[in-house]
Design a protein. Structure first.
Length: 153
């Protein structure tokens, strides 16, 4: 049976609803380092401040793009055991509240790192960081194609 995956990033408004602290944190980091680059670093060096500022903005944008909250829809319930195995492989642990989270200190993590699994009528829906959900999609594609080869072979 072919499994269908649909992975999409959430809009900025939905990101704000799920993890506003992360967006505020990235904005504050941008402002603080911009102030340091514009007012303090020129006192010590005669470098190109604009290039540093462009690098800062590009780095924060790339960080936000790859770790933003996304939603993965899977069309069948057969992969639920495989999903739990993959989440444990990526060091996620199930919490008493029902979602999966990384076992790190509380001050080192954002809500956007959590993975929520919701069972819907047509299949499973996962919500979590884009880069982890992308890896899960690749692993499930590999395992489903290997299972297909084993059955037909």
């Amino acid at each position: 049976m072919k499994t269908f995956f649909k992975l999409q990033r959430l809009s900025l408004l939905q990101q704000w609803r799920h993890d506003s602290f992360r967006l505020i944190f990235l904005t504050i980091v941008l402002l603080i380092f911009s102030a340091i680059m514009l007012w303090i670093l020129p006192l010590f060096t005669q470098g190109n401040v604009h290039a540093g500022y462009i690098g800062l903005v590009c780095g924060l944008a790339a960080n936000f793009w790859f770790t933003c909250i996304a939603q993965l829809d899977i069309d069948c319930h057969e992969n639920s055991d495989e999903l739990e195995r993959l989440l444990h492989q990526f060091k996620y642990e199930k919490t008493p509240e029902g979602f999966y989270d990384l076992p790190v200190a509380r001050y080192k993590k954002f809500k956007s790192q959590r993975i929520y699994i919701v069972s819907e009528g047509y299949g499973l829906s996962l919500r979590g960081p884009y880069n982890i959900l992308k890896k899960i999609t690749k692993k499930l594609n590999v395992s489903s194609s290997q299972g297909k080869d084993d059955i037909s072979g």
